[in-house]
Write a protein of this length. Sequence first.
Length: 117
Amino acid sequence: MNRTVTQPGTRGQEQAPAAGRRRKYVLRLYVAGATARSRQAILRARQLCEAELHRNYELEVIDIYQQPILARDGQILATPTLVKEFPKPVRRFIGNLSNLTGLFVGMDLETQGTTRL
């Protein structure tokens, strides 16, 4: 499984946007191989992003078997792990990502005009 980016963009876009523009969320999902658990985590992360962030995100999927250095640099100890890199503070969610409401609260994501809780 190769590293993929769901929304176009670059890693360098982690700067604060100009006033009046929405913040672009930068999320990284670390998975281990092309297993059913990895596929489920990718699907859940994409569902969360589409439902809550409304195309205002960059989701990077990183297979730790293909890119172990990125896992080491990200201090990833278990998979799947979803990391919200930007906006700060950095948040991590480890597990199967099945509880989207809990994930939404735990990742401290702001909706764009939507209230789910």
